[in-house]
Design a protein around this ligand. Structure first.
Ligand code: NDP
Ligand code: GDR
Length: 361
């Protein structure tokens, strides 16, 4: 039975990947942080009671900023594969917490690679690094592929650039099977509520059922290449099953703006929106003239990534991979999940109970 260790197992991708690997027959180990409230909502459905004698899904406390915890876990698990998904993954937050972001997203990668090396597992343990399209930042070529030069535009992207190169360096220096997946944005109903897609599907759903009055957004014209997380985690696994380690761009090759995402979502919720004004004064109003969406400059970033479009032809050619979920299907799945949650919250409130998940993002 193969053993996999996933850092960031409580996150969007970690949850999908853990479920996927369990189905493939792996013994799956995950690293979770100590938090003051439960942080395992995304993996509760696959959780196994630690009092059982045999388990295929095992969680360990650890942190990317703490070498000793990482070394101990890698030593104990002796994994065949490590998927390094843990990161402070919010680009805007990285401007607020640049040092912590560098510690977890850059040095964290080094700590894990060193754990493999110190324990003499270079020939046994294969390593996947969650790299990102944010590396392209101020784009130097359209579409972006594996050979496109990087130009990071945030503390997050700069930290991830270190993670990318240290992975390449350990592959070349120590012959480790280590590779980067350069993944473009991927979303799902499990996406964190403060990323723009989920913020829109959740916010408009709550407005539709009367739980919220307005939704505030930042740059409406940013363009992204959005895929479904479920499709992308399969690629993370595939990358570790090849003869030789290589880096791959994973994307759909199709681009939409934040505004396109809003309009598709509104259409599904049967909300008719009209845009008014421009720049920081831009709003979207409903058929009664009531403001539903307003631009709030607090969501602008000091340096923005305006446009990203990936070229996944290497992954198609060499791994036989094509994404199976279209943009339309992605938005629909996310809207259905958030609309149903909003309806549930509205019902609970109507019957005199306080819904627990009412905070605006
Ligand atoms: P999430 O933000 O949903 O999950 C991040 C995970 O990392 C969570 O489990 C989080 O724990 C954990 N984590 C954060 N900091 C630490 C730390 N210091 N020590 C241990 N664990 C930590 O991200 P995604 O699932 O969306 O993304 C997975 C990875 O892929 C990330 O590295 C991200 O940067 C990268 N990526 C994501 C893309 C996307 O579009 N989703 C695209 C390209 C790259 P907790 O639950 O406790 O917060
Ligand atoms: P991104 O995702 O920065 O691409 O990073 P996010 O959804 O945060 O932003 C996408 C674009 O939307 C614009 N935007 C807003 N963003 C947020 N979060 N909130 C808003 O209100 C808002 N309004 C407009 C942003 O300015 C941006 O242009 C994600 C993360 O998952 C990273 O970890 C990952 O590496 C990259 O995708 C690929």
């Amino acid at each position: 039975m193969k053993k996999a260790l996933i850092t960031g197992v409580t996150g969007q991708d970690g949850a999908y990947l853990a479920e996927f690997l369990l189905k493939k027959g792996y013994e799956v180990h995950g690293i979770k942080r100590r938090t003051s409230l439960f942080n395992t909502a995304r993996i509760d459905h696959i959780y196994e009671d630690p009092h059982q004698t045999h388990r295929n899904f095992i969680l360990h406390y650890g942190d990317m900023t703490d070498s000793s915890s990482l070394v101990k876990i890698v030593q104990k698990v002796q994994p065949d594969e490590i998927y390094n998904l843990a990161a402070q993954s919010h680009v805007a937050v990285s401007f607020e917490e640049p040092e912590y972001t560098a510690n977890s997203d850059a040095l964290g990668v080094l700590r894990l690679l060193e754990a493999i090396r110190i324990l003499g597992l270079e020939k046994k343990t294969r390593f996947y690094q969650a790299s990102t399209s944010e590396l392209y930042g101020m784009v130097q070529e359209i579409p972006q592929k594996e050979t496109t030069p990087f130009y990071p535009r945030s503390p997050y992207a700069v930290a991830k650039m270190y993670g990318y190169w240290i992975t390449v360096n350990y592959r070349e220096a120590y012959g480790m099977y280590a590779c980067n997946g350069i993944l473009f944005n991927h979303e799902s109903p499990l996406r964190g509520e403060t990323f723009v897609t989920r913020k829109i599907t959740r916010g408009l759903s709550r407005i539709k059922v009367g739980l919220q009055s307005e939704l505030y957004l930042g740059n409406m014209d940013a363009k992204r290449d959005w895929g479904h997380a479920r499709d992308y985690i399969e690629m993370q696994w595939l990358m570790l099953q090849q003869e030789k380690p290589q880096d791959f761009v994973i994307a759909t090759g199709v681009q939409y703006s934040v505004r396109d995402f809003v309009m598709r979502c509104a259409e599904l919720l049967e909300m008719e929106l009209t845009w008014k004004g421009s720049g920081v004064d831009e709003t979207a109003v409903d058929t009664n003239g009531k403001v539903v969406i307003a631009v709030d400059p607090r969501y602008f970033r000091p340096t923005e990534v305006e446009t990203l479009l990936g070229d996944p032809s290497k992954a198609k050619r060499e791994l036989g991979w094509t994404p199976s979920t279209t943009f339309e299907e992605l938005v629909k799945e996310m809207v259905e999940a958030d609309y149903s949650a909003a309806q549930r919250d509205a019902l609970v409130i109507k019957h005199g109970y306080k819904a627990f998940n009412v905070r605006e993002t």
